[in-house]
Design a protein around this ligand. Structure first.
Ligand code: TRP
Ligand code: ZN
Length: 471
């Protein structure tokens, strides 16, 4: 990872202390996330993953190897990865067979050699099996990682599903770059994050697709999609490559659904900053998912959230905004998920304002306010959602209202300066609610903590502010 926030240093320090108390050469089994203490692992930084996987369409079996290049934070005699399900045939560390044990999501690896502080090492895990077999329980039904549907495969893993399809340091604090080498029966097409580098038709009736990411990404944003797709290409601002993957028989109508996509990117660039990645686009799974996920550079949509839906444009604008907020600017802990969902929701309202006028924004924000204010405890304050209900609507709608209320309070000029300074300071890195509040206070020159705390944490929804916009 390139940028490290203050919070992360504090977290890292405390992990350092914990491991030091036990044995400084044993990597911790978690990264200290207050809601998900077992997610991720201490002692090393995963830098690059190469996922070399062969998929069988009849059985949905995966077979292959994952190679991880990592760097040790301190000398290591033992470390963990997150991985659940599958049969592991072999693990190599620096080319030598390593011992390992498995318990739930934790894969504990003991190499034959001592790994040296600050040195890079390579882990190769070979495994096979059907994703989901022998997995105890999921955080939620949408976050299962690799998922088969009648016409293909999609991968959606937020917040903890990555470990159900590849061995990983499964927390947004440890972002990494990826290479995907996915082998499928000849009839299928593969779309993953980043850019397609190579397509090789093998002697047997299979084809291997190689995709690679330029930038680091959080593990839950890694996606592989397999289906009989039609690839539709266009360009965005500054020649940004846009490649969509649509079910072949719906490519024409979906192309129309995404007609505004380049304009949305151009608009967000004017308010937040340059689009962060090397490519953009969408993949549409020809099945009913009832969700979309902001998978980096290749946003995953279920067909049902787009086809025949009047709010399809808002959903697209929401997911696209996540490329800035959520993907480039990542969380330090899952509890702060409003920094993803509240921001993406309000960004989609800004797009609405830009494309349809300020009245359209006000009307939609009024609807959101009525929802959050009238439903008792069903919609939680966004700053600390219950751990088992991270994606509560309150995180989205009251999270968006938090930003709207801030804008009405400080005026447009300062508000947009806060947004683009926040983006600029934390892009390609990690952030927290505290970081955002301090930055808003710094830019505006007034202590915004009490005000933002009310919107983020009070049990009762603050009174609706007068919606007159100040310059
Ligand atoms: N982040 C998604 C959104 O943009 C919602 C979501 C949370 C999700 N967990 C998921 C989607 C798991 C798919 C799978 O609103
Ligand atoms: Zn979202």
């Amino acid at each position: 990872m390139k940028k490290i926030s203050v919070i992360f240093c504090v977290l890292w320090l405390s992990i350092g202390l914990t491991t030091a108390q036990n044995n400084s050469t044993q990597g911790a089994a978690g990264l200290g996330d207050s809601y998900f203490p077992d997610l991720g692992n201490g002692g090393y930084d995963a830098e690059h993953y190469t996922l070399d996987l062969t998929w069988d369409d009849i059985t949905n079996k995966l077979d292959g190897t994952v190679t991880i290049r990592a760097k040790a934070y301190n000398d290591l005699t033992r470390f963990n990865l997150d991985f659940e399900g599958f049969t592991i045939s072999n693990i190599l560390v620096e080319g030598k067979n390593a011992d390992y044990t498995r318990e739930g999501r934790e894969l504990e690896i003991t190499p034959t050699i001592r790994l040296k502080q600050d040195e890079t090492f390579e882990i190769v895990v070979s495994y096979s099996g059907v994703p989901g077999d022998n997995v105890a329980g999921y955080y939620d039904v949408f976050a299962r990682g690799w998922t088969r549907y009648p016409n293909g495969v999609y991968v959606a893993s937020e917040p903890d599903g990555a470990a159900y399809w590849y061995p990983v340091n499964d927390h947004p604090l440890d972002k990494a770059t990826y290479t995907f080498k996915i082998t499928v029966p000849d009839a299928y097409v593969v779309a993953a994050n980043g850019q397609q580098q190579q397509v090789v038709d093998n002697p047997d009736p299979t084809t291997t697709y190689t995709w690679e990411t330029r930038d680091e990404m959080a593990s839950y944003l890694a996606t592989v999609n397999i289906a009989k797709f039609k690839r539709v290409t266009t360009v965005g601002p500054h020649e940004l490559p846009i490649r969509h993957y649509f079910p072949a028989d719906q490519a024409d109508s979906l192309t129309k659904t995404f007609a505004d996509f380049p304009d949305m990117i151009a608009y967000y660039e004017t308010v937040f900053g340059a689009y962060p990645f090397e490519a953009a686009g969408a993949v549409v799974a020809d099945t009913r998912l009832s969700f979309a996920l902001e998978t980096q550079t290749l946003i995953l949509f279920g067909k049902d959230v787009l086809v025949g839906q009047t709010d399809a444009e808002t959903v697209i604008a929401h997911e696209l905004a996540h490329q800035w907020f959520g993907d480039s600017v990542s969380l330090t802990q899952w509890k702060d998920v409003w920094l993803n969902e509240g921001f993406a929701t309000y960004a989609s309202m800004l797009w609405l304002e830009h494309s349809k006028g300020q009245n359209a924004l006000v009307r939609q924000m009024n609807t959101y306010y009525t929802i959050i204010a009238s439903q008792g405890t069903r919609y939680v304050p966004p700053g600390a959602p219950p751990k088992e209900d991270l994606f509560n609507e309150g995180v989205y709608l009251r999270g968006a209202w938090t930003l709207h209320a801030l804008r009405l309070k400080v005026g447009d000029e300062l508000f947009f300066k806060i947004m683009n300074t926040y983006y600029d300071r934390f892009k390609y890195g990690n952030t927290s609610t505290t970081d955002f509040i301090s930055l808003a206070t710094e830019i505006s020159g007034e202590d915004l903590q009490p005000f933002l705390n009310q919107w983020l944490f009070d049990e009762t929804v603050p009174a609706k502010p007068d919606q007159t916009f100040k310059p």
